[in-house]
Design a protein around this ligand. Structure first.
Ligand code: HEM
Ligand SMILES: *[C@@H]1O[C@H](CO)[C@@H](O)[C@H](O)[C@H]1NC(C)=O
Ligand SMILES: *[C@@H]1O[C@H](CO)[C@@H](O)[C@H](O)[C@H]1NC(C)=O
Length: 325
């Protein structure tokens, strides 16, 4: 009797593990397209060598992909009212790198490797090429069939969001407060437009002053880069002094009041996130950056699992910017 029950339980478990929430695994293409990851790597490398900022662009694209419709390549679709046309994606960069890698992979193994996976691998390679720690990327995602501009603003956090709103938006994707702080550490590379933080520099307090959480000397530097009424699209490093290195200095900067985005700086002032910032900013000799580096890869794998399509869901696009049909 007990034996029979055990067999039934095992059988039900088996059914669920096959039919239920699909999952990805490292090396999904090892038989069907063994050179896929190498091709992505060499493609990303050549683009990053030409313009190092592309690494930051690719990392951000993967984040924007995962938070809207899951990690399914929906951010890559171009055309009327697609995600790409929404405000947070207007400054997004790196699309051409994914197109380039996809074309090379299609030439080798047509119809096998998803755009969603190419983007996830490219994000990892971008971190490695900016001297960050590597991680293995589980693959087997399929490309989605929906890309809608109207879903972007509601799902993505805004640079003016409070810590509690940031936490809610990450929790809605199954990510913890620790994951939030770790993943926002992606701002250790790349840049922002003046328009996303300039309001902090002039009359933030309604008594004429800048945001008091910004280091005084840093306020003047930011003001000279982003004068009131100046070019809103002027670019400023998110991680002052280290924008092309995937290290832990972003966390030291926010500890020191040198966060550029308001949402980043608030991670220091809120007690629930401050503990994690302190952990990553900590300067235990020999371990600087290591704690963050290894945590970042783990958090990226978790983020890379959001809302994925597997098995026979979705499709494998031929061109990443267009649905097949
Ligand atoms: C609370 C969460 C977040 C907010 C509010 C936020 C906001 C922003 C903003 C406003 C920019 C500047 C965009 C521009 O000027 O075009 C930016 C850039 C960037 N973000 Fe985030 N972000 C968040 C989380 C993340 C996460 C989780 C990652 C990656 C894991 C990430 C990676 C990046 C990168 C690499 C850039 C630089 C892009 C470039 O230089 O092209 N961000 N982010
Ligand atoms: C700052 O903002 C307040 C309230 O919005 C306004 O009354 C005041 O005139 C502004 N001051 C400056 C210097 O712009
Ligand atoms: C950040 O750091 C550099 C030093 O590398 C400095 O020259 C620059 O003006 C700083 N400020 C800002 C706002 O980027």
């Amino acid at each position: 009797m007990a034996q029979g029950l055990r067999i039934i339980i095992l059988f039900v478990y088996f059914l669920f593990s096959v039919k239920g929430e699909g999952s990805t695994r490292v090396g999904f293409y090892s038989k069907t397209c063994p050179t896929a990851e190498k091709i992505v790597r060499s493609t990303v490398e050549s683009h990053v060598n030409a313009n190092v900022g592309i690494a930051a662009g690719l990392l951000r694209l993967h984040f924007h992909d995962c938070f809207v419709q899951g990690c399914d390549g929906s951010v890559l679709i171009s055309g009327h009212l697609s995600e790409r046309t929404a405000i947070p994606n207007l400054g997004a960069r790196g699309f051409e790198v994914i197109e380039d890698a996809k074309a090379k992979i299609e030439a080798k193994c047509p119809g096998v490797v998803s755009c969603a996976d190419i983007l996830a691998i490219a994000a990892r390679d971008s971190v490695v090429l900016t001297k960050g720690m590597s991680w293995s990327v589980p693959t087997g995602r399929r490309d989605g069939l929906i890309s809608s501009a109207s879903e972007v603003l509601t799902n993505l956090p805004s640079p003016a969001d409070s810590v509690s709103v940031q936490k809610d938006k990450f929790a809605a994707k199954g990510l913890t407060t620790e994951d939030l702080v770790t993943l926002v550490g992606g701002h250790t590379i790349g840049q922002t437009d003046c328009q996303f933080f300039r309001y902090r520099l002039y009359n933030f307090t309604s008594t004429g002053n800048a945001d008091p959480s910004i280091n005084m000397a840093f306020v003047s530097e930011l003001q000279s880069l982003c004068p009131a009424g100046g070019d809103a699209t002027k670019r400023v490093a998110l991680d002052n002094g280290s924008q092309n290195n995937f290290d832990a200095s972003f966390f030291k900067n926010i500890r020191d009041g040198k966060g550029v985005l308001e949402s980043d700086q608030r991670l220091w002032s809120d007690p629930s996130t401050n503990i994690f910032v302190q952990k990553y900013a900590g300067s235990i000799r020999g371990f600087i950056g290591f704690r963050f580096g290894s945590a970042f890869g783990k958090a990226m794998v978790k983020m890379g699992n959001i809302g994925i399509k597997t098995g026979t869901d979705g499709e494998i696009r031929k061109v990443c910017s267009r649905f097949n049909a």
